[in-house]
Design a protein around this ligand. Structure first.
Ligand code: HEC
Ligand code: HEC
Length: 168
């Protein structure tokens, strides 16, 4: 009984170790500043959280400033370095990870959503949850502030499309 239990225990350790080993592979793209980001940004969450996002320098700076407020240990010069690395290597549209295919319902605005709303995150983020119809124009305006390109007319078309198909 004793032997059986201890070998079961050993098996459990091996089983538990494998997924965490997979997580240790660094998902960040090569580039100047990668080592700094890898150390400073892995203290609280998996680096994959960062690797799947795309944003411009202004957007990344907001994230990084926010992380410093939460406790990331970076000098102001290091913050600049981190933001440069992120904007250069994880900017809008750069090497997007293969997204789970999300097929949107037909309708006016579908194509705009597919082209404009997939540069920084996948469509799952857009289409996974239904939201209040009235919230969509606010979310779309927020995305334009983050850096999504849409004229006022296009933003209205996108909001209407999303409210019709993903609104309550
Ligand atoms: C002191 C802890 C801490 C450190 C260090 C840290 N973060 Fe975070 N980060 C958080 C917390 C807490 C959240 C919010 C919870 C979440 O969304 O996972 C978060 C969320 C994020 C998100 C948002 C994820 C999403 O899907 O919206 C990004 C991007 C991010 N961090 C980037 C960074 C970068 C870049 C660095 C290094 C400069 C960093 N983090 C270092 C605590 C930290
Ligand atoms: C320039 C980069 C960028 C583009 C382009 C972009 N987004 Fe975003 N989006 C973000 C970032 C960064 C976040 C996470 C920050 C946040 O949660 O506010 C986000 C989060 C979201 C969320 C979740 C927000 C919430 O309140 O839960 C939705 C929904 C969304 N985006 C929809 C869209 C739509 C629709 C478009 C196309 C009009 C779009 N995004 C284009 C950067 C972008």
């Amino acid at each position: 009984m004793r032997i059986a239990l201890s070998s079961l225990f050993a098996f459990a350790i091996v089983a538990a170790a494998s997924p965490s080993m997979a997580q240790n592979a660094n998902p960040l793209p090569p580039g100047d500043g990668r080592d700094l980001v890898s150390v400073a940004c892995s203290q609280c969450h998996y680096l994959g959280t960062i690797a799947k996002i795309r944003d411009g320098a202004a957007g990344w700076r907001i994230y990084v400033d926010n992380m410093v407020l939460r406790g990331a240990q970076l000098t102001p010069a290091e913050v600049d370095k981190v933001v440069n690395y992120l904007a250069l290597n994880l900017g809008p549209g750069i090497n997007l990870p293969p997204a789970k295919p999300v097929s949107l319902p037909d309708g006016q605005g579908k194509q705009l959503v597919e082209t404009r709303c997939t540069l920084c995150h996948d469509l799952e983020r857009v289409a996974a949850i239904k939201r209040q119809k009235k919230d969509w124009p606010i979310i779309v305006a927020n995305m334009v502030t983050w850096g999504a390109t849409a004229s006022p007319d296009e933003a209205r078309t996108i909001s209407n499309y999303l409210a019709t198909n993903f609104g309550n």
